[in-house]
Ligand binder design. Structure first.
Ligand SMILES: Nc1ncnc2c1ncn2[C@@H]1O[C@H](COP(=O)(O)OP(=O)(O)OP(=O)(O)O)[C@@H](O)[C@H]1O
Length: 206
């Protein structure tokens, strides 16, 4: 179990952000379009140069090569990338059968979804499968960029429930970019909004 800490992280127009996310805690981040939410996630994932330091447990971001950092601090972008022909090829051989079956069921996808061609996936299917792929790699921390943006109401609730359960069970510190206040109130332990190039805490109803 590790906490994720941001010390004076600055990127683009966003000034020094200090934030500590505890194991199993979901911190939601909102802000106007273009305020820098995605760039902050990319900085934390070591995909863009930035000022300040990010620390996972006792490990500083700057001490690890980017790919090793990102296998622990996993970013699930709003638009997922797919590089093989079929869905199943994106999951490691080691992903156990039980995880696959349970996950597909929880995400309302049929067992044969692993054999599907990526080209046939709807945007909602892509989004759900990209989340399943990320969790199958057992991240230590999670960065979620609008994980339900392409989903209808039923699937949004399904994915929220599944993510919250998993994050709390596995004690994963999570930063979750969300636009909708009702979702934030459902999932967040704490909520910060980007205002005037900084983050300001907003109230979450317990
Ligand atoms: N590599 C880059 N270099 C310079 N500016 C960038 C770069 N990437 C993004 N930007 C700009 O930084 C600003 C913040 O972008 P970002 O994608 O973080 O916004 P956002 O808050 O996630 O917005 P949205 O809610 O619309 O997704 C935007 O004005 C964007 O054009």
């Amino acid at each position: 179990m590790a906490k994720l800490q941001l010390h004076r992280v600055a990127i683009g127009q966003l000034n020094a952000v200090d934030l500590t996310i505890s194991p199993g805690e979901i911190v939601c981040l909102s802000g106007a379009s273009g305020s820098g939410k995605t760039r902050l996630l990319r900085a934390i994932a070591d995909l863009e140069p930035h000022a300040g330091e990010v620390v996972l447990g006792d490990t500083e971001q700057s001490a690890l090569p980017g790919h090793r950092w990102r296998s622990a601090v996993m970013l699930v972008p709003a638009e997922s990338a797919w590089w093989h022909d079929t869905v199943g090829e994106h999951f490691s051989e080691a992903t156990n059968r039980q995880f696959r079956e349970q996950t597909l069921q929880k995400l309302d996808l049929p067992a044969e979804a692993f054999d599907w061609q990526v080209a046939r996936l709807s945007s909602g299917e892509k989004q759900r499968l990209a989340l399943a792929r990320a969790l199958s790699r057992k991240p230590v921390a999670l960065l979620l960029d609008e994980p339900t943006a392409n989903l209808d109401k039923d699937n949004t609730q399904r994915v929220e429930t599944w993510l919250c359960e998993y994050i709390r069970q596995q004690q994963i510190p999570t930063l979750w970019v969300a636009h909708h206040e009702d979702q934030i109130q459902r999932v967040a332990d704490r909520h910060f909004r980007i205002v005037d190039s900084g983050i300001k805490e907003r109230q979450v109803t317990p």
